[in-house]
Design a protein around this ligand. Structure first.
Ligand SMILES: NC(=O)c1ccc[n+]([C@@H]2O[C@H](COP(=O)([O-])OP(=O)(O)OC[C@H]3O[C@@H](n4cnc5c(N)ncnc54)[C@H](O)[C@@H]3O)[C@@H](O)[C@H]2O)c1
Length: 370
């Protein structure tokens, strides 16, 4: 088991990463005195998979489960309002505690409800997808989508604890696992060359097959322990230095400017988040190469690791101008300016201004854009 501290003065908290630990959470809550009454917010599938295990350890609490349907479309104000209604109906009070049991959708939504119900009550993130364990559950960004854009309504509100059980990863579909892996690779590139090398060495464990047989499971869980804990450590360090995303936290956006453009351009259908970010990271590394910041063999290492993890690294059938426009920077770029987090080496990232539009277009073309 690993414990990682997110240092934020009086809002500091721990991230716990372990295997088969869900039923121990009640004891930790009791000892810490985080709440007398518990509301688990979860979705149908996650409740079916892990709800009982979690509730086993909560028998000494009054505990309600508030279940919503699955999917990104549930992350909206209507569902938040429905959850407020349920909290009011159950007379939830300032000493109530919310447990967000699920992927990033549940974490963002339940965190937002916790941030706003009675001006903020305690909550704990119990992330069950890889993406949520290594990224979404850490850092206190909570929120919901608006019909005009993702995550437009939200608040920075830190949890009391992030509690990640690696056993949850064994039921994830391959594509969900891969979307989290893109963020994991990102951490290696932005902060930690040794970690990147660890991923290269262990790439063969990083798929759902490793969970299928008891022989491979043990080795896989060991590798996942390192991966989730190291990723959490890197995110925790970045968040500790820049809680409100005013400066350094921007390095976490490596690959995301182009990734987000691809997601919105294809209406969140062609690529999931990690796939779009994987393409975005290769494109961004190539941009760094174009401006002589990054050596060609390093770009190849990034591309090769992502390919081994079965993430996409090409961009076919997409129009260059549309990507530039979806980046929301066409006007600025035509004036000759774009700000991106660019790698200068594995483990070392720099914010660069003034990236010319034609450099981006050239790279997009090289990657298969028309
Ligand atoms: N707050 C942040 O800093 C932050 C960072 C990154 C992403 N996000 C948000 O996270 C969301 C994406 O999160 P996600 O990728 O976890 O998707 P998700 O929450 O939609 O979960 C994906 C699917 O997996 C299912 N699932 C969850 N755990 C499972 C398990 N262990 N086994 C089998 N199925 C399981 C869920 O029911 C869901 O259908 C987006 O809304 C994104 O905006 C937030």
């Amino acid at each position: 088991m690993a414990k990682i501290k997110v240092e934020l003065k009086e809002r500091s908290y721990e991230i716990v990463v372990g295997t088969d630990i869900l039923s121990n959470l009640g004891k930790i809550i009791k000892e810490a005195g985080w709440g007398s009454e518990i509301f688990i917010i979860t979705d149908q599938l996650v409740n079916e998979l892990f709800g009982d295990k979690l509730r086993q350890g909560l028998i000494s609490f009054s505990c309600q489960t508030l279940e919503i349907p699955r999917g990104e479309r549930q992350k909206n104000l209507k569902i938040a309002a429905k959850l407020y209604d349920e909290l009011v109906d159950h007379a939830a009070h300032r000493d109530s505690l919310i447990l967000a049991l699920g992927g990033g959708v549940i974490g963002d939504l339940a965190g937002f409800v916790a941030a706003t119900y009675m001006r903020g009550i305690n909550y704990i993130q119990v992330p069950t997808t890889l993406l949520a364990q290594v990224d979404a559950a850490i850092g206190g960004k909570t929120g919901v989508n608006h019909p005009n854009g993702k995550n437009l309504i939200g608040a920075f509100y830190q949890p009391k604890l992030v509690y990640s059980d690696l056993q949850c990863l064994s039921s994830l579909p391959a594509r969900e696992l891969r979307t989290g892996l893109a963020e994991v690779v990102k951490y290696g590139i932005i902060e930690d060359a040794d970690f990147f090398q660890f991923l290269e060495t262990n790439a063969h464990h990083l798929n759902t097959k490793a969970f299928e047989s008891p022989d491979t499971l043990r080795a896989a869980l060991k590798v996942w322990q390192t991966i989730v804990a190291e990723s959490a450590k890197i995110k925790a360090t970045v968040v500790s230095h820049d809680e409100m995303e005013t400066g350094r936290r921007m390095i976490l956006n490596f690959g995301h400017t182009i990734g987000h453009a691809l997601e919105s351009l294809t209406h969140y259908k062609a690529y999931n988040h990690g796939e779009a970010v994987a393409i975005g990271m290769v494109a961004t590394a190539k941009i760094a190469q174009e401006i002589n910041l990054l050596a060609a063999p390093v770009v190849e290492r990034i591309r090769s690791l992502l390919t081994r993890l079965e993430l996409p690294v090409k961009l076919e059938g997409i129009n260059i101008d549309k990507v530039i426009s979806a980046m929301g920077i066409d006007k600025k770029v035509k004036g000759g300016k774009l700000r991106l987090a660019l790698p200068e080496a594995i483990g070392n990232i720099r914010i660069v201004d003034d990236i010319p539009a034609k450099t981006i277009s050239r790279v997009l073309q090289e990657m298969g854009c028309q």
